[in-house]
Design a protein around this ligand. Structure first.
Ligand SMILES: Nc1ncnc2c1ncn2[C@@H]1O[C@H](COP(=O)(O)OP(=O)(O)O)[C@@H](O)[C@H]1O
Ligand SMILES: [Mg+2]
Length: 468
């Protein structure tokens, strides 16, 4: 297994748990903000209480007010277990009449007889929360006021905020843990069929091409499994075909080889030079036939789709190539008493093809026409351009017509018509068909127009239309 792609399970977990954790962080921040607000609200109120207590100790004194706070009263008001408390009293005239003058003035002056204001500040290097209010220090509606500021360090507030947050967070953390466990188990359970599928395939033997059981895989994976099954089916057919072909080929080779062996044994026993020579001549014919069979087998392997031998396509003139190839057959045709003719020459017929392979195709067709047509017969090689501009090549003879029922089968490997006595392997037309496929060409076999003989025609793909 390649490790470049992370496993699906890890990927799913990351995508599910990542956002969940991000949500938890956001939620924690929000909870902290809310709980500090609550904590501040509660403690600001008690600072206001203290301010109201403190103002009771402010007395009128001639020109202005005066703070009269006994140490005992101060201890009761300002001493706290957890935090340090400070006060500052300022008269309406702006004079500090008591407490710690370092407490910063409020950012906005609280309205006289209005609501108190609370704000964060720093005092003697400590972070503090301050509440400021204008409070009357005499009875009656017209009483003058003083500005009372009460400052307190933050220990209690922070502790309360944390306490609130902890109480709120515990169930949420638990929820996230449970969700994580549920997601993990869910993903594992969901992916279990895939792991099972992997194990099933890994356990198979290399010759077992039976389809994979697709009934237990999830719907998303089913098309993949179907495709793999389809591929295995094709692979199975190809393997079958190949092993049958090897068996056939071995069988085809066995007969001539045993024949040669017998002939050699006979020749070895021959003492008379003339008869020995005769035996050797016969041996030569046998070896020649065998060599042709081996050549045809090689040609078949070389032209198989996907064969290692690269196809070398080039632009060439079919008319010229067909004429050249036909000329090479003239002596052979004469020997068979066959009149070999060529029709064409209507100008160049350019096609894209592998010249060697195309020559092999034409050779096989002319060979058949010459070999199987009657003595004194006529074989015509013709090239022309069809109506759609595509190039066509045909080889016609006037020998016995191939029965309609056999017209497909003669293109199969090793298939020969019953009663064909001439030498041959049954591979020629299979090679022709392979080469045509390599060129995207189509082969037709028709009875000759006059009802006598056969015409094999090869239709090349039409040239690409010039762009408008
Ligand atoms: N032009 C033809 N006329 C008559 N029969 C033919 C012709 N071409 C092919 N055949 C028949 O088709 C068979 C298969 O041909 P081919 O594949 O070339 O194999 P081979 O020539 O080695 O027998 C031949 O054995 C022959 O019976
Ligand atoms: Mg042949």
């Amino acid at each position: 297994m390649t490790r470049s792609e992370p496993r699906l399970q890890a990927k799913l977990l990351r995508w599910l748990l990542g956002p969940l954790l991000a949500l938890l962080v956001l939620d924690t921040a929000a909870t902290y903000w809310t709980s500090s607000n609550f904590s501040n609200l509660a403690h600001d109120r008690s600072l206001q209480e203290i301010a109201r207590e403190v103002v009771l100790h402010v007395k009128p004194n001639g020109a202005g007010p005066r703070l009269d706070l006994s140490p005992a009263a101060e201890r009761i008001l300002l001493v706290d277990q957890d935090d340090r408390l400070f006060i500052k009293i300022t008269s309406a005239a702006g004079t500090v009449i008591g407490g710690d003058p370092d407490i910063a003035p409020p950012p906005a002056d609280p309205a006289r007889h209005g609501k108190p204001v609370s704000y964060d500040s720093v005092l003697h290097g400590l972070p503090v929360r301050v509440t400021a209010a204008w409070l009357p220090y005499e009875e009656g509606p017209q009483s003058p006021s003083v500005l009372v500021q009460v400052a307190e360090t933050l220990n209690k507030r922070q502790r309360l905020a944390w306490d609130i947050m902890a109480t709120a967070m515990v169930p949420q953390l638990l929820l996230v843990l449970l969700a994580t466990a549920a997601v993990y188990l869910g993903v594992r359970h969901g992916l279990a069929p895939l792991s099972r599928l992997g194990r099933d395939v890994a356990r198979r033997s290399h010759v077992d091409l039976s389809p994979i059981d697709a009934s237990r895989v999830p719907g998303e994976v089913r098309p993949l499994v179907d495709e793999v099954n389809e591929l295995m089916l094709r692979l199975g057919k190809t393997l079958d075909f190949q092993s049958r072909f090897i068996a056939d080929a071995a069988h085809q080779l066995k007969t001539p080889v045993s024949g040669l062996k017998a002939q050699i044994e006979l020749a070895l026993r021959e003492a008379e030079p003339q008869r020995l020579h005769h035996s050797l001549a016969q041996l030569y014919v046998g070896v020649d036939r065998l060599s042709r069979l081996v050549q045809q087998l090689l040609a078949l392997a070389r032209n198989e789709p996907g064969a290692i031998d690269a196809v070398q396509m080039q632009s060439l003139d079919l008319d010229v190539l067909a004429l050249e190839t036909s000329m090479e057959w003239v002596p052979q045709a004469l020997r068979h008493g066959v009149d070999l003719g060529f029709e064409g020459g209507e100008g160049p017929l350019m096609i894209t093809a592998d010249a060697d392979r195309l020559r092999e195709l034409i050779n096989n067709l002319i060979d058949n026409a010459v070999r199987y047509s009657r003595r004194g017969g006529r074989v015509t090689v013709a090239t022309r351009r069809s109506a759609d501009g595509a190039a066509e090549l045909s080889i016609s003879d006037d020998g016995p017509s191939i029965p309609v029922a056999e017209r497909k089968r003669i293109f199969e490997r090793f298939h020969r018509l019953l009663g064909t006595h001439a030498d041959g392997s049954g591979l020629g037309l299979a090679i022709v068909s392979e080469i045509a496929t390599l060129h995207g060409a189509r082969i037709n076999l028709e009875e000759d127009v006059d009802g006598v003989g056969n015409t094999f025609s090869v239709h090349f793909p039409p040239p690409p239309r010039p762009a408008p």
